[in-house]
Design a protein around this ligand. Structure first.
Ligand code: SF4
Length: 109
């Protein structure tokens, strides 16, 4: 309730797009991987969006964004800024973790 009202963040918040014909990767599987790796990062908002056409606009005020850029390629965002491009999707979750660490937002379990 408080989390929904944004009054207090007691866990990581995830946004993912509903997926559509433009989706460039397995959204459910990828979102599950991202959640598994980052769900202990209380207070962070992480977006997983299927495509770069509408994804960045739809991920609103996310702290980090994981966005499909082309088949098998991912772009990572920090807030609204593109910070990594052309990442192989196989490496992109690890790269997202690296990015979060570089920005001092990572916490060990
Ligand atoms: S972000 Fe892209 S893939 Fe996701 S629902 Fe919107 S248009 Fe479709």
């Amino acid at each position: 309730m408080l989390q929904a009202a944004r009054a207090r963040f007691s866990k990581t918040e995830f946004i993912s797009c509903p997926s559509c014909g433009r989706t460039l990767f397995d959204l459910q599987k990828t979102t599950a991987r991202v959640k598994k790796a980052t769900s202990h990062l209380k207070g962070l908002k992480i977006a997983v969006m299927g495509c770069i056409v509408n994804g960045p606009g739809e991920m609103a005020d996310a702290d980090y964004g994981y966005v499909g850029a082309a088949r098998g390629r991912i772009t990572l965002y920090k807030k609204k800024e593109v910070v990594r491009t052309n990442i192989y999707s196989d490496d992109a979750v690890d790269e997202l973790i690296r990015l979060i660490k570089e920005n001092g937002d990572w916490k060990n379990l």
